[in-house]
Design a protein around this ligand. Sequence first.
Ligand code: MG
Length: 313
Amino acid sequence: MQVFTAEFGHYHRTRLTHTMEVVGVARTIGRALMLNEDLIEAAALLHDIGHSPFGHAGEAVLDRLLHDCGGFEHNTQALRIVEKLERRYIGFPGLNLSKEILEGQAYKINKTVVPLLEIQAVDIADSIAYDTHDVDDAMELGLLSTEQLVCTPLWKQSARRVRQQWTNLNDAEFRQAVVHDLIEIQVSDVLQATQQRLDGGITELGGLTPPFLCDAPMIAPSAEITEQKREIEQFLMEHVYQHPNVMVCRRRVADWFETIFDYYVSQPERLPERYGTIIQQEGTNRAAADYVADQTDRSIRSELLKLSSRKVG
Ligand code: MG
């Protein structure tokens, strides 16, 4: 969920390493189902590109700051980046992405049709990756203990399987083995459940051509694992995403973003030159938000230092 930021040290996943895990899991699923792996990889690399620094905490602040002019949402921002903000080609703004990739990203904003199977594979791989690594990271950071996790069926199942296979594991080895098993259980389940849907649900070739005849994703976990994932997500929400340490960090991020945003809204001429067009076309608030959203966790800190030295000056 990208709640652990640079504030929490350097062990935990970042947006980049999360993305690499999603690429890996999604390609594994895609290969087993003989899907287009290149399309999967591109969609997975794109899926979180619109997040601002400090993940969901940053997104919430920007959304509030842009309340009167359209708000801020990371999936929408991802499309904005690849269609407008990136300047990689002389002849046109944005990146040179295929229609399938852009439509796949647009689906995340407006879920009216079931997307391509490749996009479905990325969606479920994203969920498998964060349900697993948020548990791993939270344990590493001391926010969760093994004893607490035992009440979640998904963890309990993996822990039992690991104990059956190995004896005399130390705590670190045990956690590592359970984390691997959590991925294994979820990926295997998605492949099995998808196979069952394919066996039972497709009555004509048109069934796999978008728009799909079915009204639910084809590539998805079984009902049992879906429920277990829901329970572990609920558990993470209560014990990790709303943990006091995480909430302190969220409030700090809100202060930082407001400081930088207010500074550039009041002095838009200080923004880099490339934001000039956005100021003209969409106003200073949007330009300042794009600028803040374009930073990294680390560059936000140096930006604050720069601003405070200017104030002192
Ligand atoms: Mg993600």
